[in-house]
Design a protein around this ligand. Structure first.
Ligand code: NAD
Ligand code: UFG
Length: 335
């Protein structure tokens, strides 16, 4: 089976390409290197000992897609390519809507033209907005997104539903990720820091490695056990494996399906800081500051539908996530 992976050199994409190659899938990657670098190609080959096809192209470019689908008999697509920085999306909404939406539309157009009818889409827990109940199940209300990034994911889910109605043979699985962290145990691939991180885990590792001075914890007065925000952190390798499970099942399904990929366990910011210090034997100095606008108190999944339908569940715990996140940054800084 030949799988096209868009954004396959990025954080989640690269880990998924590793799992696909390890499982003997044929893989073709398209990535324009907007938020990744060409060195990841060799890292993936080193980890797996396998070859794969690579096109340095933009998924919005119809001619590039035509070339890829003409040169390869693609059976399924996993669509990671997109912009993902929440704060930046507020400042550059046109850029975010254009890249995230046009890439998906053009991809679907070319898939259907070439008879490639299986799509796995990277969605996000952000589509639930401020969740109506916890843990979040797939039938919880979606909407109430607070930034263009989140709204683009919601709009794409709606677009895909309409495309499936018009093309009943087109199978789509939208995977709603909770908070991916960690890295491959080799330490060769992981989330490459780009400027000052917005997300918690990349910030913690850079404080621990001495690149940043102190972690600011955004509020300790939420209605949570210790007052800090609670999230469902999931190891990126577990997340990657979820895509393989979805691939195995996608042709059995008709229409569009949605799955939460999370662990089902919520941890607070302080839980993470303490676990990181304990597992890695380093201090993470922190201070409590104001709440961050747009943040919610708690967000964690009920991942049981993915277990029931896809036979997938997360295997790694918090300690492995802490260990692998730090291992990656130490190796990355050391190179
Ligand atoms: P990433 O930025 O590391 O990877 C995205 C990759 O896509 C990058 O390599 C980038 O160069 C490439 N890309 C972007 N636009 C492109 C285009 N038009 N054409 C070709 N390549 C393009 O992000 P990630 O963390 O790996 O996220 C992957 C997907 O998962 C994204 O769609 C993201 O919105 C979604 N997601 C991520 C998270 C998270 O916390 N990381 C959470 C929920 C959903
Ligand atoms: N936090 C801090 N200090 C920081 C960074 C974060 O205290 O320096 C706190 C936040 O307030 C929140 C928690 O750590 O309580 C997690 O914040 P992140 O920014 O790491 O993650 P979010 O849950 O806010 O958002 C992430 C992605 C979104 C995605 C969402 C759900 O950024 O794109 O997970 O998948 F939609």
């Amino acid at each position: 089976m030949k799988v096209l992976v868009t954004g396959g050199l990025g954080y989640i994409g690269s880990h998924t390409v590793v799992e696909l190659l390890n499982d003997n899938y044929e893989v073709v990657v398209i990535d324009n290197l907007y938020n990744s670098n060409i060195g990841v190609v060799d890292k993936i080959k080193t980890i797996t000992g396998k070859e794969f096809g690579f096109y340095q192209e933009d998924v919005c470019n119809l001619e590039a897609l035509e070339k890829i689908f003409s040169e390869n008999k693609i059976d399924a697509v996993i669509h990671f390519a997109g912009y993902k920085a929440v704060g930046e999306s507020v400042k550059k909404p046109i850029m975010y809507y254009e890249n995230n939406i046009v890439s998906t539309l053009h991809l679907c157009q070319k898939m259907i033209e070439h008879g490639c009818m299986n799509l796995i889409f990277s969605s996000s827990a952000t589509v639930y907005g401020d969740p109506e109940r916890l843990p979040i199940t797939e039938d919880c209300r979606v909407g109430g997104t607070t930034n263009p990034y989140g709204t683009s994911k919601l709009m794409i889910e709606q677009m895909l539903k309409d495309i499936v109605v018009a093309n009943p043979d087109f199978h789509v699985i939208a995977l709603r990720y909770f908070n991916p962290i960690g890295a491959h145990t080799s330490g060769l691939i992981g989330e490459v820091p780009n400027g000052i991180p917005n997300n918690l885990m990349p910030y913690i590792v850079r404080v621990a490695s001495g690149e940043l001075e102190i972690l600011s914890i955004f509020g300790d007065d939420y209605d949570t056990p210790d007052g800090t925000g609670v999230r469902d952190y999931i190891h990126v390798v577990d997340l990657a494996k979820g895509h393989l499970k979805a691939l195995e099942k996608i042709t059995n399904f008709n229409g569009m399906h949605f799955y939460n990929l999370g662990t089902g366990v919520g941890y607070s910011v302080l839980d993470l800081v303490k676990a990181f210090e304990r597992v890695n034997g380093v201090k993470v100095p922190y201070k409590i500051v104001e709440r961050r606008p747009g943040d919610i108190a708690s967000c964690y999944s009920d991942p049981s539908l993915a277990y029931k339908d896809l036979d997938w569940k997360a295997e790694y715990g918090l300690d492995e996530m802490m260990r692998d996140s730090y291992n990656f940054i130490l190796k990355y800084n050391d190179k």
